[in-house]
Design a protein around this ligand. Structure first.
Ligand SMILES: Cc1cc2nc3c(=O)[nH]c(=O)nc-3n(C[C@H](O)[C@H](O)[C@H](O)COP(=O)(O)OP(=O)(O)OC[C@H]3O[C@@H](n4cnc5c(N)ncnc54)[C@H](O)[C@@H]3O)c2cc1C
Ligand code: SF4
Length: 434
């Protein structure tokens, strides 16, 4: 499996949330009320039995605790690090209504799952061979979760991945102060450890392998290709050196060594979570002036406010109600010219902002990939998203989809949940007895 270089830029980051040691973990576990009908379980897209795994931590039964987590979510190790718990499980802890700090579920989950990885415990084995084969597009969280479940149910799996690096955005996109690429790759290896999942890297479905051949080679298909490339504003100067798509830049920062020594000012265009990640990553890599340029006000940004609060503490600035109209410079970008917008996001006549920037990251969203399936009879695509039922089935027999390609771009835990659910529906489609 391809490994990222030790000298890559992301290596300078340390975890922004400290891991629990045993005394802290047991003390935190003992605070849990082990609620019946626990709201945190409902808030978790993979429905982990949270009170149960926490109870097992309180009795120092780490193996049992980790098993409870992985039984529901095979990507529980990475989810413990990357889930936005404030808006998921932790956000729904009953302590939030009792004037007490909520249980740190993500940290406890990390404590149990890290112990499982350190001890190299394995919990699952492949089911009896059914003779059926499934082709999966992409090696991101959705396909990995689907393939693992399919193997437990006895179906053989082949994952086709266009990149050389496995793990999808868990390896190439997640902010390094949450999880670095090498840890994501350890998880991929751990998931593949169930055996019987063939992985073909450097194979682009729709290019190197046609959709027709994919369908002909397998009894069912799972489409877990995620989202497409970064969007741009289509304003003058976007082709200047130093103007990059955010997700493309983050991937290079995570896998390669970037030279930012000549960058004293950077602008990040957008107000979502990818923009916030870029801002914090640039500051962490030593860029002194980093400005987020957003066309709305602070209250209206779609990125998590707790992340923006952290970014501000780290020195981030913002240009609110500013819309880039041109990137200027001689060969390389030097300035961002922005219109100033009013409350209705309309340009204010005669007002503009000029920001110096030797690096500009466009974090205004990614394209969708569903359109590549729109030529297949029965598959419906809406705004680039593949339309499925609740179990991930499309309108074409044998074709299933989950993760960002179906939900339009959510979180790793959603991809894990949808991949697993689709695998169970595929098992029924394939005539499984499970
Ligand atoms: C910058 C960034 C930061 C994020 N941070 C977080 C976070 O902190 N926490 C969180 O929970 N979520 C985060 N997310 C969202 C999360 O990463 C995604 O929701 C999740 O990875 C989706 O999984 P997926 O398997 O659907 O797609 P992906 O992870 O995108 O994986 C899709 C895979 O398919 C491959 N592929 C695409 N097309 C083809 C093709 N034609 N043939 C073969 N292979 C193909 C791709 O190379 C990729 O490996 C972040 C997203 C971004 C962009
Ligand atoms: S997977 Fe994520 S949302 Fe679910 S319990 Fe774990 S940290 Fe919370």
């Amino acid at each position: 499996m391809t490994r990222p270089a030790a000298t890559r830029s992301e290596a300078v980051f340390t975890d922004f949330k400290h891991a629990y040691g045993k005394p802290q973990a047991i003390a935190e576990a003992n605070r849990c009320l082990y609620c019946e009908d626990a709201p945190c379980i409902t808030a978790c897209p993979t429905s982990i039995d949270i009170p149960e795994f926490i109870r097992k931590i309180s009795t120092d039964n780490l193996k049992g605790s980790a098993r409870t987590i992985f039984e529901s979510n095979i990507l529980g190790m990475s989810c413990a690090r990357v889930c936005p718990v404030e808006t998921l499980c932790v956000g729904d802890c009953v302590f939030n209504h009792m004037d007490a700090p909520p249980i740190q579920i993500g940290k406890l989950q990390r404590y149990a799952t890290d112990a499982a990885f350190d001890a190299e415990w394995s919990f699952f084995e492949a089911g009896p061979d059914t003779g059926k084969s499934v082709g999966l597009v992409g090696a991101g969280p959705a396909s990995l979760a689907a393939a693992h479940e399919l193997r437990r149910l006895g179906h053989s799996c082949t994952i086709y991945e266009k990149r050389e690096v496995l793990g999808g955005l868990n390896s190439t996109g997640v902010a390094p102060y949450k999880m670095k690429a090498d840890r994501a790759l350890e998880e991929v290896e751990w998931v593949l450890g169930i055996g019987g999942i063939e992985v073909k890297t450097g194979v682009e479905v729709g290019g190197d392998l046609s959709l027709e051949d994919l369908e002909a080679n397998h009894d069912a298909v799972f489409f877990g290709a995620g989202l497409g490339v970064d969007r741009f504003l289509k304003v003058p100067g976007e082709d200047l050196d130093g103007v990059h798509g955010a997700v493309e830049w983050i991937e290079r920062m995570k896998l390669q060594e970037l030279d930012l020594s000549s960058v004293t000012s950077a602008a990040v265009i957008g107000g979502g979570n990818t923009a916030l990640d870029c801002v914090r990553e640039l500051l962490g890599l030593g860029v002194p002036n980093v400005t987020m340029v957003y066309r709305g006000g602070e209250a209206g940004m779609s990125g998590y406010h707790h992340e923006w609060d952290e970014a501000k503490r780290e020195g981030a600035r913002a240009a609110w109600r500013a819309q880039p109209v041109a990137f200027e410079g001689d060969g390389a970008v030097a300035r961002v010219r922005c219109a100033v917008l009013d409350e209705d996001k309309k340009p204010v006549e005669g007002e503009e902002v000029l920001l110096g920037a030797q690096l500009v990251l466009m974090a205004i969203g990614q394209g969708k990939l569903g359109d590549m399936l729109s030529g297949l009879d029965g598959i419906e695509v809406q705004w680039g998203r593949v339309v499925t039922n609740d179990d991930g089935a499309t309108g074409r027999a044998g074709w299933f989809c989950g993760g960002d390609a179906a939900n339009g771009g959510k979180e790793v835990v959603n991809a894990a949940a949808e991949g697993k659910r689709a695998a169970q529906a595929m098992d029924i489609y394939l005539g499984g007895q499970n």
